[in-house]
Design a protein. Sequence first.
Length: 162
Amino acid sequence: MSLIHTLLPTGRQRDPHVLTILFLSCLAAVSLAACRSGIDFSQPPDIVYGEDVCERCYMIINEARYAAAYVTEDGKAHLFDDIGGMFAYDNAAAGDVIVHWVHDYDTQEWLKAEEAHYVKADHITPMGFGIVAFADQERAEAWAAEQGGLVMTFDELLSNGP
């Protein structure tokens, strides 16, 4: 005999309180599960340098200044060893991306990719895309002048690819 049959006697003896308790227990379980699945899109994903693998090329991610990531609607973090690799993969995959993340080239701090300023130059990056990001536009312009590069926006990289 199942647990439900034990809790729900047949005939006129059925207690309406048992149904209420069972319903509230199920509701509490569902609510708890929903709370646990809450995803914080305002925080960048963790990358374990020297261990985590790039989603696009399957190489180990070693350098924060070139690393990038995006998080999809389902909460999955997609990690990349090169900013250009992230844009190339995103253009090809066309998933439900909620937020993109890149690192500032100088400080290696995470930035929301939409807020960063990019330089594409003849600069060696892990996959050869030559794209680096800066939090500050003036710093991006200065670095572009030093390297002979082109300052680009997030939208330009996303729509045109790296």
